[in-house]
Design a binder for this molecule. Structure first.
Ligand SMILES: *[C@@H]1O[C@H](CO)[C@@H](O)[C@H](O)[C@H]1NC(C)=O
Length: 326
């Protein structure tokens, strides 16, 4: 009973007593042991100890699963990053249902706590801080949902394992990235599609970042019921180092976005979800993963995201045993 409804993880920085808020919601499932749903998942293939999984850097595998690195032979061709409707929505508003069909949510013991995105037919991308210390058996990946208070439950997957980047640092949030392996692949038909990975080497500075999530709509506020979308300008890392965070806290693996005056930002509960950029052809690429920030939408404290294109090879290598779209 150590963690009781801890909403914010706080760390003390060398600059003084400023606090970093990870944008995750989490609860202790063991407060409610009776509500743990025991269903048809095969426990023998679940990771029991995330730490040893993380250390070994390997997914547990059953004989049925192809080994890491083996691309399945029966992948159909498919396209990533195409929204289901091209209507443009101005930031800070509810998104249309299933507009961005790769947008997923994670529940722990059936309780919403983080966002994620579908990147292949068998893997979801999220923040490392959404998984570290969490037991895979209580995590579910929910796709094609819009209202977190009224889940439709028509596309849910369990988790056979996850991989946290081995340089993830829980004190600085450097390399805040992880992959979740779904217990069975999804089919890319109907509205379901994965997001595109971002182009290598681009900084995305000056572009509009589109962030989606079910997180709080203001600092310390309640979670949003319906999927929200906010548009924020992406800054250069140099600009971000000159923000109130200071140069030491911003690494090359991070990307910052927000207005100097604050006002629009990702917030608690958005962690693990995407920041997209839209290419000229209207294709959505995931440039960032919601990671951390000082409060939400405060002036001179932009939102900080994991810079996904720094990890493109890592993602491709660790999801190679699944079908991707291009
Ligand atoms: C979806 O699952 C949740 C959690 O088990 C449940 O509360 C909810 O009523 C379900 N929704 C539907 C439409 O069955």
């Amino acid at each position: 009973m150590i963690k009781l409804w801890i909403i914010f993880v706080t760390v003390t920085t060398i600059n003084g007593l400023s606090r970093v808020h990870v944008k995750r919601q989490f609860t202790d499932p063991f407060l409610e042991p009776d509500s743990v749903v025991v269903d048809s998942y095969d426990d023998s293939i679940l990771v029991r100890d995330p730490l040893s999984d993380w250390l070994s850097g390997l997914f547990p595998s059953t004989t049925k699963q192809p080994p890491l690195g083996d691309t399945p032979k029966d992948c159909k061709s498919c396209e990533c990053g195409i929204p289901n409707d091209h209507t443009r929505i101005v930031g800070g508003m509810e998104t249309k249902e299933r507009l961005l069909p790769w947008m997923g949510l994670l529940t722990y013991n059936w309780r919403f706590y983080c966002g994620c995105t579908l990147i292949t037919d068998r893997y979801a991308l999220t923040a490392a801080h959404c998984l570290k210390g969490f037991q895979p058996r209580y995590i579910r990946v929910h796709l094609l949902e819009h209202d977190v208070k009224h889940l439709k439950n028509d596309t849910i997957r369990g988790v056979v394992g996850y991989k946290i980047h081995n340089q993830y640092d829980a004190n600085t949030y450097n390399c805040d990235i992880a992959l979740i392996k779904l217990d069975k692949p999804v089919e890319f038909k109907g509205p379901l599609r994965p997001v595109c990975l971002p182009d290598f080497k681009k900084s995305f500075t000056g572009m509009e970042g589109i962030v989606t999530g079910w997180g709080a709509t203001r600092e310390n506020g309640p979670l949003a019921d319906k999927l929200q979308q906010v548009t924020v300008p992406i800054m250069s890392n140099q600009q971000c180092k000159e923000s109130k965070y200071g140069a030491n806290r911003i690494t090359e693996n991070m990307l910052c976005a927000g207005f100097q005056t604050g006002g629009k930002d990702s917030c608690q509960g958005d962690s693990g979800g995407p920041m997209h950029i839209v290419s000229g052809l209207g294709i959505y690429q995931q440039a960032g993963i919601v990671s951390w920030g000082q409060g939400c939408a405060r002036p001179d404290y932009p939102g900080v995201y994991t810079r996904v294109n720094r990890f493109r090879s890592w993602i491709e290598r660790n999801s190679a045993d699944s079908c991707r779209c291009t």
